[in-house]
Design a protein around this ligand. Sequence first.
Ligand SMILES: NC(=O)C1=CN([C@@H]2O[C@H](COP(=O)(O)OP(=O)(O)OC[C@H]3O[C@@H](n4cnc5c(N)ncnc54)[C@H](OP(=O)(O)O)[C@@H]3O)[C@@H](O)[C@H]2O)C=CC1
Ligand SMILES: O=C(CO)[C@H](O)[C@H](O)COP(=O)(O)O
Length: 628
Amino acid sequence: MNSNKVIYIMGVSGCGKSTIGQMLAKRFKIPFFDGDDFHPQSNIDKMSSGLPLNDADRLGWLQTLNELAKTELQKSSCVIVCSALKESYRTLLSKGVEDQTAWVHLVGSYNQIVERLNKRENHFMDSSLLQSQFDTLENPSNALEINIGLTPEEIVDKITKDIKMKSEFGLFGLGVMGKSLSRNLAQKGFNISVFNREVKGTEEDVAIHFKNSHKELDSAQAFSDIQGFVNSLQTPRRIMLMVNAGKITDYVIEDLIPFLSEGDILIDGGNSNYIKTKERYDYLKSKNIHFIGVGVSGGEQGALKGPSIMPGGNKEIYNLVKPYLESIAAKDDNNLPCCTYIGEEGSGHFVKMVHNGIEYVEMQLLAEVFTILKTMGKTPDEVADILESWKPKADSYLLGITVDILRKKDGNDWLINKIVDKAGNKGTGNWTTIAAAQLGAPSTLIASALFARYTSFYKDERLQASINLNINPSILNLEIEDVCNAYQFARIINHYQGLKLISEAGKSYGWHLNLSEIARIWTNGCIIKSDFMVELIPVLKEDDNILKNKLIINRVKALKPSINKVVSECVLKELTAPCLSESVNFLNAYATANSSANIIQAQRDYFGAHTYQRTDDNSGKFHHTNWN
Ligand SMILES: NC(=O)C1=CN([C@@H]2O[C@H](COP(=O)(O)OP(=O)(O)OC[C@H]3O[C@@H](n4cnc5c(N)ncnc54)[C@H](OP(=O)(O)O)[C@@H]3O)[C@@H](O)[C@H]2O)C=CC1
Ligand SMILES: O=C(CO)[C@H](O)[C@H](O)COP(=O)(O)O
């Protein structure tokens, strides 16, 4: 038996069954069927001529409705409206699906209903037949009885409260992201169930407290037991996991499996490693459970108001969750959802991982710009003003939050001065760097940003080394405009490298990735949204390599003198600027027609007979020299 339900709305003619049934079906987002539409013509003719139906007339009709219920229950819950006046009729209607049947009896007095029927036009039942209906009615003992004196809204509210319908979507894990996504889903009108584990004595009733503290979660169902949570969901179940990536995701999957059924869908919305996503997909497939890996970006606020969503996996399965993900996603400038099917396997998580790699660099560049401006003698407020003035040229979410951060005071000082300079990480920058190395893509800025975080962590050694080696950056002699240009230059290289990495992965794994579409869903909702990202949508339609685009080439050329100046000055004055430096180093290497790699090849051939290709042999053949 699956968890779907058929709700029969019953009662004498004129009690308002169709109106209530339609409203209820709309509220639960399940199909609605009016039993009258399934009468054979002979029954309609009989009723139209003023004759009441007898039990023989009704038999076939009731069997048809029972079949309808059974067929629908295979797919979803549904509402069926039918007078169902006698117990024997109800027995027939629920035959074989008794445990999945709920009865709602709309009750009114003869006078109330006569008055209603007399107001009705074009109904094939005359009010004179009403008495026979009342005479036939056998009050059910197992129905929710509701007086028709209430307004239709009140009636539907009552039914909704009484009949615990299955939710259409489940959210597992009510941490920072899970809470925001649940609220977002509920605000979009979805019936959801939410779950958070309970740790006795420390964390109790997390889900219930969360539900009770947000109005939009009134009709959500909250659980701290996994079985109850899973059973509260319509099949096939759609369960989004918002838990810590890594082992915890595996534990949670194992906890869920015993309660899942074939065809259910698990959606991993965490920052999971794309290789693990493929493994989990295969593992769950062996249990006939679907799994899709979905990158989500936007942090707490983005998840609440509209994140950028990067789903990967089987497309047909994605289509079953697409309406939910697209509804909660941010919207781009054309009001399209910032959610698009990325590709097969772990491609969604791969793209999210590289998103984070690009994010690491964007953050590091702003940190370097801050240090440069600080070393030019600016206070945090002054740096904030300078960054603010760059918005028309280089606006981005990260630039905006950095302005806010720099203006934040703590007592008489700026809060930034009180934050320990050790940068944490949760793994995505690390994996991006590993993936870049494995795929042979030179994502040097991402590696530099990652290693800058790691270096920052050596706080004690740094303190000691600054004394031992006497590194003391002195005042920089730079124009602010050059710093702004250098920043923009490095951002172009960052986006080139990140997108190149995605492109290489697409080729290597056989994913059919659309980079322009990926840039589009990164124009809103996510941490790396920026004006530049908007510019990249048409650029990437032409080519995956943004450094082939004429406008970008011209911009790089125009900005180059500034990055040369800024990086040289930083080196001379002993100020570390790893990502700015690497951006210009990379471009210089990338734009070198004849590089020093011939020396490397010669060395490799010298000590290891690894062979080399010759400039005077176009065949591509490999040669070896006896160097001694
Ligand atoms: N924060 C962010 O900005 C973003 C985070 N992400 C990703 O989203 C996922 C969730 O992140 P976030 O919400 O920040 O993390 P939190 O740490 O805030 O929440 C983690 C959730 O996982 C639950 N959990 C942990 N261990 C277990 C377990 N053994 N069994 C059941 N539940 C468990 C926690 O429950 P409990 O409260 O009981 O410990 C909590 O509900 C992560 O993968 C993260 O990388 C993605 C984009 C942005
Ligand atoms: O995915 C995110 C933003 O897009 C998360 O905030 C993630 O935790 C950021 O990475 P890290 O913690 O390594 O800085």
